[in-house]
Design a protein around this ligand. Structure first.
Ligand SMILES: Nc1ncnc2c1ncn2[C@@H]1O[C@H](COP(=O)(O)OP(=O)(O)O)[C@@H](O)[C@H]1O
Ligand SMILES: [Mg+2]
Length: 211
């Protein structure tokens, strides 16, 4: 029987280094002979990428509820078409953002509340839990500075500081509630120092997983 793959996610606010560390995690796994599929949310399917474009570049206001529903639509399609089949076939999946991001951004940032996000995920049967999540955390202003260097902000990156403070608090609250799965990484350090933390946590996970 094929052993189910493991599901690893990267979370955190804009500019904390998710994409940078995604490549590092992928190469660490590949070095160990693990077949890994790398993907992202919103996105990961044709529908998801189209929703991502709408979500990031809509020019007229988008209600918090509509935003949550679009994120959830992208997530459902991605889970059913891409993530679940890969895990089932034994492939590992590394995803740049997953359900935790809705708890942080729509639940916290947009103030819809954790219960609304949880209820929608229940209703849609999006119940896949990552086996390991890296929460890259750092002060908001530092992340936004890194983003500024990257160019024109998208619709969500243009939000006020208070929005990101709420999203960060929701992320941290979730990590504190689920410490076995969700590991907090100090993302304010140098790339090398961040990768060292990620590497240590990943190796500990691999050891536990095979042990
Ligand atoms: N630890 C770090 N120190 C300084 N700059 C970083 C660090 N990690 C990432 N960066 C830079 O910050 C920017 C945002 O990183 P990125 O990985 O794209 O973040 P995210 O995907 O979380 O938005 C990029 O220009 C990246 O090179
Ligand atoms: Mg990124």
């Amino acid at each position: 029987m094929t052993v189910r793959g493991r599901f690893i996610t990267l979370e955190g606010l804009e500019g904390v280094g998710k994409t940078t560390n995604r490549e590092f995690i992928e190469s660490t796994l590949v070095e160990r002979g693990i077949d890994v599929l790398v993907t992202r949310e919103p996105g990961g399917t044709d529908l998801g990428e189209q929703l991502r474009h709408l979500l990031l570049h809509a020019t007229a206001p988008v209600s918090a509820e509509a935003e949550l529903m679009m994120m959830a639509a992208s997530r459902k399609q991605h889970t059913v078409d891409v993530i679940e089949p890969a895990l089932k076939s034994g492939q590992w999946v590394l995803c740049d953002r997953y359900a935790d991001a809705s708890y942080a951004y729509q639940g916290g940032g947009r103030e819809l509340g954790i219960d609304v996000v949880a209820a929608l995920h229940d209703l849609l049967q999006i119940d896949l839990q990552p086996d390991l999540t890296f929460l890259l955390d750092m002060p908001i202003a530092d992340g936004l500075n890194r983003m500024a260097a990257r160019g024109k902000p998208d619709r969500i990156e243009k939000e006020a500081l208070a929005f990101f403070e709420r999203a960060r608090a929701a992320y941290l609250q979730r990590a504190h509630a689920q410490p076995d799965r969700m590991k907090i990484v100090d993302a304010s350090l140098s790339i090398e120092a961040v990768q060292e933390q990620v590497r240590t946590l990943l190796l500990a996970f691999l050891e536990r997983d095979h042990g």
